[in-house]
Design a protein around this ligand. Sequence first.
Ligand code: NI
Length: 174
Amino acid sequence: MSDKLQKMKIYTYPSSVLRQKAEPVSNIDGELKKLTDGMLYTMYSAPGIGLAANQVGSLDRVIVFDLKPEEKDVRKPCVLINPEIVEREGTTKSEEACLSVIDYSAEVKRNAQVLVRGIDIDGNPLELEADGLLAICLQHEIDHLNGMLFIDHISSLKRAMYKKKLKKILANKE
Ligand code: NI
């Protein structure tokens, strides 16, 4: 990572860019490298375990993740371009939060195991067989690329309550 990195703006719900579908990346060039470096830097600064391009206002189909963002000595920054879930199995429920959904977390039902294919930053095909937190993280981030948020997976009543809460939070910030 270069030393000129800056924290990028993280778009939050209800920003429209979070509802757009990201476009497949056809060229892994300097611009994309700059984007993913910036995304990793922003993710570690937050800190968060994952970030999708939509969240920083880009519609390139790319996600970054690291399940241990706070442990500087063992950081394992991962970049996945054009990720696709090709197999899914089982179900699991866990508490999720999102850097784009302020002041909220909720239990979300996901597949327990996923097989994800994509391309790494060097252009090599990458296949990830994931379970546990990684499986949840990958499903959450790939959702972002499809314009979805974890709050789309909760009940409409819970979502309505969050919208009400958010309105209050935003009004108090003005
Ligand atoms: Ni998120």
